[in-house]
Design a protein around this ligand. Sequence first.
Ligand code: SF4
Length: 710
Amino acid sequence: MTDGARAATGSGRTPREVGTHCPYCALQCGMTLREEAGRVTVLPRQFPTNRGGLCQKGWTAAELLDHPERLTTPLLRDPVDGELRPAGWAAALDRITTGVRAVQGAHGRDAVAVFGGGGLTNEKAYALGRFARVALRTRHIDYNGRFCMSSAAAAGMRAFGVDRGLPFPLADLGRADTLLLVGANPAETMPPLVRRLTELRERGGRLIVVDPRVTATARQADLHLQPLPGTDLAVANALLHIALTEGWVDRDYVAGRTTGFEAVRRAVAGWWPARAEALSGVPVADLEATARALGTAERVIIVTARGAEQHAKGVDTVTGFVNLALALGLPGRPGSGYGCLTGQGNGQGGREHGQKADQLPGYRSIDDPAARAHVAGVWGVPAEELPGPGVPAYQLLDSLGTPAGPKALLVFGSNPVVSAPRAARIERRLRDLDLLVVADLLLSETAALADVVLPTAQWAEEDGTMTNLEGRVLRRRALRPPPPGVRTDLEILADLTARLRAGGGPVPAGDAGDPRVVFAELRRASAGGIADYAGVSWERIDERDGVFWPCPAEDGPDTPRLFGDRFATPDGRARFHAVEHRPAAEEVCAEYPLHFTTGRVLAQYQSGTQTRRVAALRRAAPGAFVELHPDLADRLGIGDGEPVRVVSRRGELRAPARLSTAIRPDTVFAPFHWGGAARANSVTNDAVDPVSGMPEFKICAVRLERVERP
Ligand code: SF4
């Protein structure tokens, strides 16, 4: 059944149904929403990514539609007592336009910044980029995707000339003979995907997982490599070293389809397995078994995710596994390949259409004169008026309110008070702003600091498109309109643009706030770009299970599989890059003797603004915890469930101890979904990857202390 098969059919007491997709992660599971007598229920829907399956988050997603904490009116901070108070839309928008004009008048256009999110629809991500560049004319826009996928994106761009999470349909995972998952835990992050892993194993395929923790996914693996956090790159180089030694490198593929192998060969020559074992703790025998499973099977897929990426060397770590895949001749080989598991719901589309600091729609570079001319033409402005590149997310957040940084910030679909590294510092930066505007459906920790809060529509109340982890463009469909007093992000951007335009700004095209109009313009703006959506229409998506980009012509094919004949580089060849292991930005020492790493739990999502308010999810995962090995707990005199404090050079978190043999004795783990005293990002390091700007969420040095009960 296609997406469009169950369109809305009635109103009032007549049951209404619509086929749409889950609001949360990049698997974008198909679901049917059914409304009867005002009550909305979620029903599973057959779709290629989930085949009728949903996780607990998807099943309970409708609970937020009528949640008592839902924002239904703008809030303005009272300048006298500092409280947030309900206000009308006119007053809220006036306060924003007055504030923006005052800040830009005093400090210049770049004194206003915009911060977006990887959960925004393609239309919103596109409109936000246009709003920043054309209505505000600021170079400062970036988004929380920098925290999620940017290292794999950068590695993919430099190796393949294109960044599409999976360059093949998800179904290929279940048909592989060997699947290597690096830093990915789909059993907790994307449970319906696990059926692919089960299929693989039932067919006799081998699942190998690289993860410092014995995760739910690692428990299903045929082989689990458990390296010290921050040593994945050494593991990748050692695997390629073994493949070279054993003669498993595909010489014809390397010669015919790639460049740069010789430098990589020299670089990995020094990564003999015993050296990698000494550094990572992964036994030589396991490294050899993994290399053999990769080097001798027919259909082989290597997949990386946040565990490999969220490091100050994340791009190089992902590149190490891309090098391995290229040397084995995997990308473009039927049934084989390299891919990255995108995290956020529109993590893929959200990084294609212009909410990144260095990017214009269609994955175009904002530095490219031809790209600027094309997009400026679509926007109806002179190319020379488009601002240049801004700075990546953490750098932007860390400059807020400083003498050289922006003095005003508009946030859409993000909660950096919980999700940014070194979060207490970012919280202080936000407090230093002259104007903070947050558009959200609930009062997130970031919204609670705002001068103006704008209530926005939810996924079941808006139309648009999302692009899932396979590069498949999908339709999000509205079941019902937003409640009175609530507006969509697109309507808000259109309202603000109209008000700022009255102040003399340029006139952007297509600012109706209508997602169809915005998508039509996005298609034109992306035409000819790397992520070309010119041939993707809503009707075409409705006729089938989505459309894979690039899709340059409406009467031409889409592209479920990339790299069959050539890569998206000028000469069509993939690029090897020699990469070397280097230590984490912060190493353990006498004062901070333990490694700290962060991640997710099954029943919560991202900064938890939504999922922490869903009763069933709160019951399943009521709060943060600190996972530590029983041997470490013994040494420190910590009992299971006792309150502990994790302290780094940047701050501390407090949560109950959870003893588990799933973690190494030299490492502690905490999930990052909670704010307040349990905020994991109070502790994390703000060192960033020099290429992608991704922070090092996955490793820093800490000490662990018991908190004496009062
Ligand atoms: S959160 Fe992800 S895995 Fe769970 S139902 Fe939604 S899209 Fe599917």
